[in-house]
Design a protein around this ligand. Sequence first.
Ligand SMILES: [Zn+2]
Length: 165
Amino acid sequence: MDASMINKIQKASDYASQPERATFNNLTVEFHGANSNHVVCLDRDGWSCSCAGFRAYEICPHIMALEILFKPLLKRRPVPYAPGQNIVSDVEKANRYSQETDRIRINSFDCHFEGYNKNHQVTYNEGVWTSTASFFAQRGVCSHTMALEKILKGFVQPVRAQPVA
Ligand SMILES: [Zn+2]
């Protein structure tokens, strides 16, 4: 392996211990709930979920579980509890779901990444990664994608490095 790649791998490992450098602008998650599957989305207007709980209360255990799991990458206040919501039950479910991570699969995200030198945009869509880092343009992988791959391990498909030309 060449020195520049070793350097990026080292940097990715540093970045992975600082997940707060990354911020989700958009996120779409497939969530396998206890009874059925749901799609949870985050965008500039906030969270939404396809479940009945969200339709009734604009908050649900799926969103609450993602707030627990991805806290450093969100940089937003948790969705407030709603009148009539079964808070005890929903908190219990959210805590359980946040442990049962095989329920959760990220379909896509768009992420702002504060690098040591420059900020970058990293996107993920059904296993396809992009990054604005110049190293990524050459090699199909960079310290930012590798760091996010570590941070989001189990929720995303790994970045595939390009063979050295
Ligand atoms: Zn939901």
